[in-house]
Design a protein around this ligand. Structure first.
Ligand code: I3P
Length: 126
């Protein structure tokens, strides 16, 4: 299992609060469970931090590892079928993990979609 490398040298492209639901792990369907996440896009990956944990503080805790998504070769697309909510897009990783991201605020979610799509397009596919 690849681990994200040290954060110090990575440029944070974007971070902020967003609604997140993981719906598949390694191709296996999961029960949908929306939660607010602080998400950080940096170094070809997205990290998800629990809402209550300030990421800067969480990072100082030895051994704390946020959930993260490898964007190399990932797919991103808007979906109206995977949720009854509006403004939902899905990220599917090479390893078969599926995440839904959502916000009621149109410009905010559109911004996230574009930034993540650009990041994916710039990365080598593996
Ligand atoms: C799910 C929960 C989700 C909903 C999902 C439900 O129920 O209400 O919010 O997704 O719909 O199954 P539970 O909490 O009992 O697991 P959306 O909010 O995205 O619609 P789904 O089964 O149609 O995905």
């Amino acid at each position: 299992v690849k681990e994200p490398v040290s954060k110090i040298t990575e440029v944070v492209e974007k971070e902020g609060y967003i609604q997140k639901a993981k719906i598949a792990d390694g191709g296996k369907k999961l029960r949908k469970n929306w939660s607010t996440s602080w998400i950080v896009l940096a170094g070809g990956k997205i990290e998800f931090y629990k809402e209550s944990k300030h990421p800067a503080l969480a990072n100082l805790k030895p051994g704390y590892k946020p959930e993260w998504v490898d964007l190399h070769g990932a797919h991103i697309e808007w979906t109206t079928e995977k949720s009854s909510r509006k403004n939902v897009f899905q990220i599917t990783t090479v390893s078969g993990n599926e995440f839904l991201l959502q916000s009621d605020i149109d410009f905010l979610i559109a911004d996230w979609f574009n930034v993540i799509k650009n990041a994916i397009d710039r990365l080598p596919k593996e």
